[in-house]
Design a protein around this ligand. Structure first.
Ligand code: B12
Length: 459
């Protein structure tokens, strides 16, 4: 069949991300014998016009719509991307194609998204086996895909799509986007708000470390300079991360490595040393809080002492770190907010930054959904496909936002929802890259913010 895979994600914050999953789905369809094209709508001024034009130039039997983000998960400025996905479905259908949804967003809420967009079928979770199976069902069964939502966890050999075949890696690099590599799937943790076990399953599926390192090296050969591990948590299981780093270091690819999701729990000195040797230029620690009662209620599986220990370990190494916090969750009070802000003020290394998320997105089937209902934060009438948030009833939302904004305004290395000059980001990226700045962009946030807020000379 003629298949067009479309990545509908157009969000460029905090940085644009390469549609790795869409490429994986496209290659899976190709391996199954279909003729496949990929359309990346990230930078299209008129995305629907572009989609229509592509379909009128050459028709597609099936459009595979990759929906990564349902929304921006921002409590203070929520934006839903479901309407745009529904418009893309309608445009594809009007051009005579059948539409199959896939992508991380579908893994979060497949049935609801399918109903809202009017697509023909949806793949929740891995696409490697499921997408070819849906295509086969559509090919042999006519209009009826057989089932609305397909779930087929993939357990075959680890596969890395050849991203450079489908995407312009240089264009992404110039916007500070690192090339993604996934080295595992599955998450056994029980954070109350999180969707990862739902999307990827609870059992680990690990890419052999040598294969992961070979992919990193290969990407270097096709022009990548920054590679980002996009595992749900890079350092869990800890020994797998260690082996990946050791294998990469052995190959000396000379690339800058990144990962945004590290747990403080298993961030010991041996692993940090291996990360440094492999070429890590930036790491994100998703601590969420530095306060015990909140960490406990979030179900993080670690405490404030682990957060402090990880910070000490990181300061001894030369790995710039982005600390990611989630304020306003269950158990959060003024005192716990103060404790986390104090940690950020006092524990960051000289090249570190901190990002403060405010409010917790509630996803169906998570423990947080139950907590929100029990505490009366949700009354059961909400449609969770629309951005819906939990905020601790012990806090005044305005106080929380004001407090975070004040902290962010007062510290150039703090980033948050209402960051000063946030609208300047695309320009900062363009100018910064041309001026020789390289990822991670947040590492330069202190200097950049000081630069744009320099006191004016008295006239
Ligand atoms: C790593 C990650 C990040 C990194 C990305 C780094 C990078 N260089 O890519 C960072 C931290 C930057 C990030 C940022 C954001 N993220 Co994020 N991220 C993830 C994470 C953990 C993994 C994504 C990934 O790359 N997976 C690996 C690939 C291979 O898997 P995949 O894309 O799912 O593709 C598979 C299937 O989905 C399927 N598939 C994919 N496309 C298609 C198409 C078809 C047709 C078919 C059939 C199948 C199919 O097959 C693929 C192979 O099996 C997911 C959670 C998760 N566990 O999935 C969240 C996740 C995608 N992120 C999410 C969000 C919200 C965001 C942000 C908006 C947060 C914010 N406010 O900053 C931003 C948006 C960034 C942007 N510009 O779009 C949400 C999206 C849900 C939602 N609420 O909308 C997720 C699901 C987490 C969550 N909260 O539930 N993220």
């Amino acid at each position: 069949m003629e298949v067009l895979v479309v990545s509908v994600n157009r969000l460029t914050e905090p940085v644009p991300v390469l549609p790795l999953g869409a490429c994986a789905a496209a290659e899976a369809a190709e391996r199954a014998g279909h003729r496949v094209r990929l359309l990346d709508l990230l930078s299209e001024g008129d995305p629907l016009g572009r989609l229509r034009a592509k379909l009128s130039r050459r028709r597609a039997d099936v459009v595979g719509l990759s929906v990564r983000n349902l929304d921006n998960a921002e409590w203070s400025a929520p934006a839903s991307y479901v309407p745009a996905a529904a418009q893309a479905v309608a445009a594809a259908k009007a051009a005579g194609a059948r539409v199959v949804l896939g992508g991380a967003g579908v893994g979060v809420m497949a049935e609801a998204l399918l109903a809202r967009t009017g697509a023909d079928a949806a793949v929740a979770g891995d696409g490697e086996d499921a997408f070819p199976a849906v295509l086969e069902a559509l090919d042999s069964g006519g209009a009826d895909p057989g089932a609305a939502v397909w779930r087929r966890p993939y357990s075959g050999p680890w596969r890395f799509p050849r991203l450079e075949r489908w995407l312009d890696l240089k264009a992404y690099a110039s916007r500070f986007a690192a090339v993604p590599v996934q080295t595992k799937r599955g998450c056994p943790f029980s954070c109350v708000y999180c969707t990862y076990p739902g999307i990827e399953g609870r059992d680990y599926r690990l890419c052999p470390p040598a294969e992961a390192a070979a992919e990193v090296e290969r990407l270097g050969k096709v022009g990548a300079r920054d590679v980002e591990f996009v595992d749900n948590l890079f350092n869990a299981p800890r020994d797998h991360a260690l082996e990946v780093c050791e294998e990469v270091a052995r190959r000396r690819p000379g690339l800058r490595l990144h990962s945004v999701d590290l747990s403080p729990l298993t961030l010991d000195d041996e692993l940090l040393g291996a990360m440094e040797a492999a070429g890590f230029a930036g790491a994100g620690v998703t601590a969420e809080s530095a306060s015990d009662p909140v960490l406990e209620r979030l179900g993080k599986g670690f405490g404030a002492a682990d957060v402090h220990r990880a910070a000490e370990g990181l300061r001894r190494r030369r790995i710039p770190t982005m600390w990611v916090f989630l304020l306003g969750g269950p158990g959060e009070t003024r005192a716990t907010v103060a404790e986390t802000l104090r940690f950020a003020e006092t524990s960051l290394g000289p090249s570190d930054a901190a990002f403060f998320n405010v409010g917790v997105r509630v996803y169906p089937g998570t423990a947080l959904e139950g907590i929100a209902r029990d505490e009366g934060v949700l009354d059961g009438t909400e449609d969770l496909l629309d951005p819906t948030f939990y905020l601790s009833p012990a806090l005044d939302p305005e106080w929380l936002l004001r407090t975070v904004n004040r902290a962010v305004g007062g510290n150039p290395r703090f980033l948050g929802p209402s960051m000063p000059l946030r609208w300047l980001l695309p320009l900062v990226r363009r100018v910064g890259y041309a001026a020789g700045l390289r990822p991670p962009l947040w590492r330069h946030s202190g200097r950049l913010r000081r630069l744009v807020t320099l006191p004016r000379r008295p006239t």
